[in-house]
Ligand binder design. Structure first.
Ligand code: SF4
Length: 722
């Protein structure tokens, strides 16, 4: 069990006639520890208490976490299966009627079978998400490949964590989102935070972040916006959106030129240094400043602080990852740690702030177009055989790799994909270039959606199945450290809702594939098969039994067997996961954003989160307190820019790009660059900023460039009523 100085032995208050159910938050990758309060008379969840005994967040939660319990018994829950009777109303909330599970299953089986008979196995697709347990993520991958037999499965992590995954795989040969436990972070001497609005997006990390400064250490922030953490940083590198790679190369060059490279580490444990050194030598502070807009002296100072600090942690998030060179950005910042040898030891390393609750585990076990459980590759015959042995199918039966999330919508638009099973995701809000994506969804012959609220995406469905919230089922998730933790059930499912793993087992039976699924009667049965399927892979969970997770306050993967306690620190033996055991220092030529500002679209548009909402807002927009605190989106504009456009605070503006437009209220703030505007992305229908964003994809991760495109705006004149 890991404890640090923040850990206090505070006892939770036990209210009379209540049971406290130990679990974790429904939302982000922090997975803060919480106790759900359950009334013993009604067996209903009625509130929440923080978990002071949870070593990562020691009793801290954010506004989303303290209200998450209100999801479970919310009036908006879908309580029975729904079937759409009127196809002309697709894309709206209207036209559904209640149905029995039998009627819904019969219709789904009939439609799926008809489509596959007429257009082939691959005419169906699965689009899933990573706010589900590992067990559900695992079974969704198996369901797509074994029950449906389709190659087309991908998930919303493609819009969230895929560039971090790609960067880690290239640099280290393995993708674990953090090389060290969070309980180390406040003990480092320098935190370099790139593209992370930590105080709003992962607020319960902040006590550790501030503690670095309080102990005399340094905080460096690279962000186009003056976020709360940037405001108190020792150096704020206020770069233009989309120029991170130039900044990373510039800082690396400074580190090398000023003698901070660790030659012993480089020679013994890495490849690629000489080539990288040669490439970055052009990135002088002046040239880097020209590309990024950051003053040369700030670049020099940041490199000096990082280089001189005995220990340092480089941390990043979607700001650098959601770009069409997101993988390069990740490897570029990771180069800083590899060149200075600040990795593979306590208090130093590299970490990404995982966005979704199970963004780490959900990407490791077979929901990605090219991956199988345990981070196995579907293109590797040995890996395929290992998984086939667990699934009892032949390698010939295993579908080939599919395509990424956005590319599936392209295939829907072209009618190559005719049917969709959507679960745990809301791409009608969260995908880029939404006019196109919504058209593609409307183009489907048949769409099944499983959700607990009627999301903007469910509006396109022909059948909706009621799934359960996180509090009505059990299983594991893997938090942003790579720590496997346990989610416990606090209440029985309401209405006729069912967990997605159960829906898949029952649906497989209807599709004539029950023999591969019928032994899975409980979430624990799925967990046992899933651990076995991961055994021997890079992301090996075999030794992470529910018992061990409970006893140890979580288990860090890899955890290979019963005697293995797990791996909180990666690479302590200086062995990386590439074949020669070395890490790769990557030479990365700079590429500008896919769309640069021009005369017609002179502004840079960037998007992100606010503290009160989670992802597409399907859950948080329904919680009264969160809606009161942030009821609508807005556009942040610098005062000088507002003056140029003759705009006042709260004026309405039409913001537009080559792909779409939306109307927002202006929020004037000095916390944004003059050449940049920012809009939060948690809102649906005509308020979605993703109507405007660009689908330029990273060549490796296929991550769309959410974080930058060229835009223009104009004031909307409100006509006075005569
Ligand atoms: S949303 Fe994230 S930071 Fe907030 S309570 Fe939940 S897990 Fe913690």
């Amino acid at each position: 069990m890991q404890r640090d100085k923040f850990f206090k032995d505070v006892e939770n208050l036990l209210h009379p006639n209540e049971t406290l159910v130990k679990t974790h938050c429904a939302y982000c990758g922090m997975q803060c520890g919480m106790n759900l309060r359950v009334n013993r008379a009604t067996n209903k969840i009625i509130g929440v208490e923080p978990r002071y005994d949870w070593p990562v967040t020691v009793g801290k939660m954010c506004p989303k976490g303290v209200t998450a319990y209100q999801q479970t018994n919310h009036d908006d829950r879908i309580l029975t299966p729904l079937i759409r009777d009127d196809a002309s109303l697709k894309g709206t909330k209207e036209g559904f009627r209640e149905a029995s599970w039998d009627e819904a299953y019969d219709l789904i089986a009939k439609k799926f079978s008809e489509l596959q008979k007429k257009y082939g196995k691959d005419s169906l697709s699965v689009f899933s998400g990573v706010s589900m347990t590992n067990e559900k993520c695992y079974l969704t991958g198996k369901f797509a490949r074994v029950a449906l037999g389709t190659r087309y499965i991908d998930y919303n992590g493609r819009f969230c964590m895929s560039s971090a995954a790609g960067g880690f795989l290239r640099s280290f040969g393995v993708d674990r989102g953090s090389t060290l436990p969070w309980t180390d972070i406040h003990e480092t001497d320098c935190l370099f935070l790139a593209g992370s609005n930590t105080a709003e997006c992962h607020p319960t990390s902040m006590f550790r972040v501030w503690n670095v400064q309080e102990r005399g250490g340094y905080i460096i922030v690279a962000d186009p916006r003056e976020t709360p953490v940037a405001r108190r940083a020792d150096v704020h590198l206020d770069l233009k959106p989309g120029t991170d790679l130039a900044l990373a190369n510039g800082i690396l060059n400074e580190l090398i030129q000023n003698g901070y490279a660790d030659e012993e580490f480089i020679n013994n444990h890495t490849n690629g240094f000489e080539e990288t050194k040669e490439l970055v030598k052009d990135f002088t502070p002046e040239y880097t400043s020209e590309l990024t807009g950051v003053a040369p002296e700030k670049i020099i100072r940041a490199a000096e602080i990082y280089g001189r600090s005995p220990n340092a942690v480089v941390m990043f998030a979607r700001g650098i990852e959601q770009q069409h060179k997101g993988v390069d950005n990740v490897s570029g910042y990771t180069n800083m740690a590899l060149v200075t040898g600040k990795i593979g030891r306590p208090k130093s390393g590299v970490a990404t702030f995982t966005g979704q609750g199970n963004g780490q585990g959900g990407r490791e076990h077979g929901q990605k177009a090219d991956l199988l459980p345990g981070y196995r590759k579907i293109t590797n015959p040995e890996h395929v055989e290992e998984v086939c042995n667990v699934w009892n199918i032949t390698p010939e039966e295993m579908p080939k790799p599919g395509v990424s999330a956005y590319e599936m919508f392209e295939l829907m638009e072209q009618k190559t994909i005719r049917g969709l099973y959507l679960l745990c995701s809301n791409p009608a809000v969260s995908a880029p270039n939404l006019n196109f994506v919504r058209r593609a969804m409307k183009n489907l012959d048949f769409m099944l959606c499983s959700d607990f609220y009627l999301s903007e995406s469910a509006e396109f469905a022909d059948v909706i199945l009621p799934s359960v919230t996180w509090s009505e089922d059990e299983g594991t998730v893997t938090n942003l450290e790579g720590r496997i933790i346990k989610i416990n059930k606090a209440q029985e499912p309401i209405g006729k809702s069912k967990p997605d793993w159960q829906i898949q087992v029952e649906l497989a039976e209807r599709l004539g594939r029950g023999r591969y699924f019928s032994h899975l009667k409980t979430a624990k049965d799925v967990a046992d098969e899933f651990r076995l399927a991961s055994k021997g892979g890079n992301a090996d969970y075999y030794g992470a039994t529910w018992d061990k997770i409970d006893k140890q306050d979580g288990v860090f993967w890899p955890c290979k067997d019963a005697n293995d306690k797990g791996t909180p620190h990666m690479f302590l033996d200086k062995k990386f996961y590439h074949a020669d055991g070395k890490a790769k220092i990557c030479a990365l030529p700079y590429r500008p954003p896919a769309e640069e500002p021009d005369e017609k679209y002179p502004l840079r548009l960037t998007t992100g989160r606010v503290v009160y909402h989670y992802l597409s807002g399907n859950q948080t927009r329904r919680i009264q307190f969160l809606r009161d605190m942030c009821p609508e989106p807005y556009v942040e504009v610098h005062p000088d820019t507002a003056k140029k456009y003759n705009m006042d605070h709260e004026d309405k503006v039409r913001l537009y790009t080559r792909r779409g437009e939306a109307i927002y209220k202006v929020k004037i703030t000095e916390a944004i660059r003059e050449d940049t505007v920012f809009v939060p992305y948690h809102f649906g229908h005509e308020q979605s900023i993703n109507l405007l964003t660009i689908a330029a994809l990273d060549p490796m991760s296929r991550m769309p460039e959410f974080k930058v495109c060229a835009a223009q705006m104009e004031k909307v004149e409100i006509k006075k009523v005569q």
